[in-house]
Design a protein around this ligand. Structure first.
Ligand code: FA5
Length: 337
């Protein structure tokens, strides 16, 4: 290069910078970056080297300005090449490029336990029938677990329900883990006036030995409706509507005479689904004595109540033969729901 004037010298530097930027931007791999480095910054025949030589041909007065611009251009080109090399090194460390068109690998998500799913489904179906979901305590006093439900201390109905007592201060009323969700009937009736339509779903505890249909901790759905003019026909309709929604298809409901101290008359509720009758729970008309004990007038209102076993209806719904499977914590089993 025989640049004699400062203008042509600076123009050559500008061209070099523009060319080097274009070459680095177009470089897709290490070989292309290396080729750009040799072309622009090569020690023997790089273009920077050639321009540096031309610096000597400038007029003495132009040399300081020419030298300053040359140094700037050299620094810019060097930095450009170093950045391109660093970029490639990072890309190489990150492995092969990602193909965003490939299907992603799914992140395994957990899901709700089948009993929780059943509880939510029951609440949803009963909600559509106008029953509000309410909660009650799992640690209960004897009044709500027994006496208010017309089960006095010496009553034989207490035996299968008497369960896990908590240590309390001497002289205090003993507390226990509730053995049925019927406790919530009493709590709600004590706190509110009719008309009432509630469901309560929760854990209960009994001294039962675990087998295919029993577990010492299980869940119940309690339903309570208190309105003037309520009859057994309403009870049966509600249970049948519930069973049809929950199990799907036309479910038949059968009442068998039974006894619960807090309902009169009392029945066992069976449901026929898939050609088999299965006992789902107990039910009946709220005993007038229970209504009176919570301050309702039995001449004015009547009500029905039912209590179903959640594990039993879940087992029926999902075709599970042994309710103990729900609590074995075997994810291969639980994953199916
Ligand atoms: C009761 O608990 C009454 N409170 C039901 C009731 C409510 C009657 C309102 C009248 C009015 P029972 O003890 O039968 O009744 O239990 C109801 C249901 O809970 C049973 O039908 C069964 O489905 C379920 N169940 C009872 N014991 C167990 C157990 N150990 N494991 C799993 N489910 C059980």
């Amino acid at each position: 290069m025989s640049a004699a004037t400062l203008e042509s010298f600076l123009a050559e530097l500008d061209r070099l910078r523009a060319d080097s930027e274009a070459a680095v931007a177009a470089a897709r791999d290490a070989a292309a970056v290396e080729a750009a480095r040799v072309e622009f910054a090569g020690a023997k025949s790089g273009r920077l080297k050639a321009i540096q030589k031309a610096l000597g041909g400038l007029a003495a007065a132009d040399k300081p300005a020419g030298g300053r611009h040359f140094n700037e251009a050299k620094a810019a080109v060097t930095e450009l090449l170093a950045a391109a090399q660093a970029r490639l090194a990072v890309a190489a460390a990150a492995g092969p490029p990602i193909d965003v068109t490939l299907p992603g690998s799914a992140v395994p998500l957990g899901h709700l336990h089948p009993i929780t799913q059943t509880i939510r489904r029951v609440q949803e179906i009963m909600g559509r029938l106008g029953f509000e979901s309410v909660d009650g305590p799992e640690v209960e006093d004897q009044w709500h677990n027994f006496e208010a439900l017309a089960i006095p201390a010496e009553h034989p109905a207490r035996d299968p329900l008497d369960n896990f007592y908590l240590a309390v201060a001497r002289g205090a009323d003993p507390l226990l883990l509730r053995s049925q969700t019927s406790t919530v009937q009493i709590r709600v009736m004590e706190a509110r006036r009719p008309p009432l339509r509630i469901v309560s779903l929760g854990r209960v505890y009994r001294p039962d030995t675990a087998d295919a249909t029993h577990y010492p901790m299980f869940h119940q759905v309690e339903g309570l409706l208190v309105e003037p003019g309520t009859t057994m026909a309403h009870l049966k309709s509600v249970l049948r509507l519930f069973a049809s929604s929950f199990l799907g298809g036309d479910v038949h409901v059968r009442f068998r005479p039974s006894f619960f101290p807090f309902t009169e008359p009392s029945v066992e509720v069976d449901m026929e689904w898939g050609g088999r009758w299965v006992e789902m729970g107990g039910a009946g008309m709220v005993d007038p004595a229970v209504l009176a004990a919570v301050g309702y007038d039995p001449a004015e209102v009547s009500g029905f109540a039912f209590g179903l076993g959640v594990e039993r209806i879940a087992a029926r719904r999902y075709g599970v033969a042994d309710i103990r499977d729900f609590y074995r914590n075997d994810v291969r089993f639980l994953r199916q729901f």
